[in-house]
Design a protein around this ligand. Structure first.
Ligand code: NAP
Length: 323
């Protein structure tokens, strides 16, 4: 008998086909986060769960006595109660390796758009306000030869370093552990403590996971250390930044601008941010290209199939359950 699995959002056809070849599949039909109570109801008889931006908490796990495999269709897994899974020895996988370059592209796009005021410029032309060439029109900030600061230097931080090198930037990074010397040499990246990173970055791009340690890591104290000409880019998770402190820093010229793909209360965006011209906003589309979304879904399916077959795929995020 095929194992029963539940998928929390519609999958692209090739991924659904692959999953259906080995499993009895039910899917949430909407491209939206399934409510927790409904997910708990759906999980009563399932052995596998393919999660896409849905919350998997104690309530869901308690309702799912047969659950033995969770495949998260994302790199960040702050949506899953890992401790509660560990208590039940349920392995969780993520899809590291499938979306990092694409997310770095978006982070760099936000960096360029904010520095060169691309959205304001587009609006200016569309609104019919462009009547002559002016030397003082829409001055932005140079990107090339500036300092790119990376908070987090993993799957996305490192491709960002490569993009920075392409723009002749000096690259600084901060993470709790130093990357190997060969990585630092290849990417021409220097390790720095957090304070140095904040003080010296012209562009500070966030690439850490959301954990209790990184929650509000960028707060009013951090903004006081940053340059008044600095631009913050956040494609990591909204709560890594204290959004109230960010609004205050942007309003009062403590930093020059921000490019944001993620928000503290998303999809709600703080209205104080939406009115600021020096902010570029995106609706959490870091990995949103057709090619990458398909690869992500296929990897998430392959991970789930491997877990259900009793294998240990390379993307386990809670290896402690095996010890
Ligand atoms: P990753 O490969 O796990 O890298 C995370 C980096 O953060 C590592 O360098 C890690 O190094 C560092 N780090 C972790 N905790 C830290 C701390 N307390 N202080 C300083 N550095 C810390 O993750 P990734 O693939 O680069 O992705 C990063 C995050 O981006 C994900 O967790 C996810 O939330 C987000 N994301 C967003 C999108 C989007 O659509 N916008 C797409 C993909 C991912 P150490 O362990 O040595 O500190």
């Amino acid at each position: 008998m095929k194992p029963k699995v539940f998928v929390t959002r519609p999958l692209p056809a090739p991924a659904l086909e692959l999953l259906s070849s080995a499993c009895e599949v039910r899917s949430y039909p909407e491209d939206a986060a399934i409510p927790v109570s409904q997910l708990a109801e759906e999980c009563r008889a399932v052995e596998g769960l393919l999660v896409n931006s849905a919350r998997v908490n104690e309530e869901v796990l308690r309702a799912a006595p047969k659950l033995r495999a969770i495949s998260n269709c994302g790199v960040g897994y702050d949506n899953i109660d890992v401790e509660a899974c560990n208590r039940r020895r349920i392995p969780i996988t993520n899809i590291a390796g499938s979306l990092e370059e694409t997310t770095a592209d978006l982070a760099f796009a936000l960096l360029l758009a904010t520095a060169r005021r691309a959205i304001e410029a587009d609006r200016y032309v569309r609104e019919g306000r462009w009547d002559r060439w002016q030397s003082g029109l829409l001055h932005g900030l140079d990107v090339h030869h500036k300092t790119l600061g990376l908070l987090g230097f993993g799957g996305i931080g490192q491709p960002m370093a490569r993009r920075g090198r392409g723009f002749s930037m000096r690259v600084l990074y901060h993470a709790r552990h130093r990357a190997g010397g060969s990585v630092e040499r290849e990417l021409h990246a220097e390790h720095a403590d957090l304070e140095t990173l904040l003080r010296e970055s012209d562009f500070l791009s966030l690439h850490v996971p959301l954990t209790p340690e990184t929650h509000h890591l960028i707060d009013s104290k951090a903004f006081r250390l940053m340059k008044a000409t600095a631009i913050l880019i956040n494609t990591a998770r909204g709560p890594v930044v204290d959004e109230g402190a960010l609004v205050e820093a942007l309003r009062n010229g403590k930093i020059a601008g921000a490019g944001l793909d993620v928000f503290e209360g998303e999809p709600r965006v703080n209205p104080d941010l939406s009115v600021l011209d020096n902010v570029v906003l995106a609706p959490h589309i870091g990995s949103a290209t057709g090619e990458t979304r398909l690869q992500m879904a296929l990897l998430a399916v392959r991970n789930l199939l491997a877990l259900l077959a009793g294998e240990r795929p390379p993307h386990i995020v809670n290896p402690e359950i095996y010890s």
